[in-house]
Design a protein around this ligand. Structure first.
Ligand SMILES: [Zn+2]
Length: 276
């Protein structure tokens, strides 16, 4: 089956749907120019400094650095925070928003990305589940309490040393603050915000029974399979049609629809047919 035929099947599924669940992994950000850290080299291509230091993604994304060397820890997370603040979500986000309003679709976003790009593109914060948290929120490293607050601090980072010139502090004690995201080997992530979002999603999903539901999944790989499982579960439990857009790991069995290309290309391909 060629791509056009796959786009046609996907367009029909979207047009016939009453509700849409948008699921996204790291590949979603690639068309906005964001690195997806794919493999050790993907991370080092984005951050050559860490290759010189011999530090992997899992090594950098480790909460232990906040205790040992906060300027180093915040070098990595401050750089990413600044990058996500500056990034403009690609046109695919707006195509999805357009379909929701044009076809009157109830919608919910489930993403493993911590970059806040769906909110930035205009999706309602109350209909988003960020399974690994958000880099735009902070918590105490202790933690001394379960407080989670918005990160509105400027964090300059020296790109030669990848060290931060400012360290955010806990609002309740003197400890270093850290992003409220799940890291590798992380025992102190406060999951309350994500759990609240999970309850909203469960309530949304409970309302979907007996309705025609389409899931559009983008850029979710097999390395961290949470997002793929979410899509497949909706396919099994409520009979949703899953449209899996992924250039390298796009396989999914019929009646679901596999679209083996990047997120933006896939969404544009479907949009052309929805415009007719
Ligand atoms: Zn504290």
């Amino acid at each position: 089956m060629d791509l056009t035929e796959r786009f046609r099947l996907a367009a029909t599924a979207v047009r016939n749907a009453g509700a849409i669940v948008i699921t996204a992994g790291a590949g979603m950000g690639v068309d906005s120019g964001l690195p997806d850290f794919r493999g050790e080299f993907g991370f080092w291509n984005a951050y050559p400094m860490y290759e010189r230091l011999g530090i992997s993604f899992a090594g950098a994304a480790n909460p232990a650095h906040f205790d040992r060397d906060p300027a180093f820890a915040w070098g990595f997370y401050g750089h990413r925070t600044n990058l996500y603040r500056e990034t403009i979500p690609h046109a695919g986000f707006h195509l999805l928003l357009d379909w929701c309003s044009r076809f009157g679709l109830d919608s919910f976003v489930v993403t493993s990305n911590v970059d806040g790009q769906f909110q930035k593109a205009g999706f309602s914060d109350s209909n988003i589940l960020e399974v690994h948290g958000s880099i735009h929120y902070l918590q105490c490293t202790g933690p001394c309490s379960s407080a989670i607050w918005e990160n509105d601090e400027a964090i300059p980072v020296d790109s030669a040393t990848m060290r931060a010139g400012h360290i955010p502090r806990c609002i309740h004690c003197v400890a270093t603050a850290r992003p409220n995201i799940l890291m590798f080997g992380d025992w102190s992530w406060i999951s309350d915000r994500t759990e609240r979002q999970e309850r909203c999603f469960d309530e949304f999903a409970a309302r979907l029974r007996d309705r025609s539901v389409v899931v559009i999944e983008m850029g979710a790989g097999t390395a961290i399979p949470t997002i793929r499982h979410t899509s497949e579960q909706l396919g099994r439990r409520i009979g949703a049609t899953v449209i899996r857009i992924n250039p390298r790991e796009g396989e999914i069995a019929p009646p679901h629809i596999s679209i083996p290309c990047g997120a933006l290309e896939g969404l544009r391909g479907i949009a052309v047919l929805l415009a007719k």
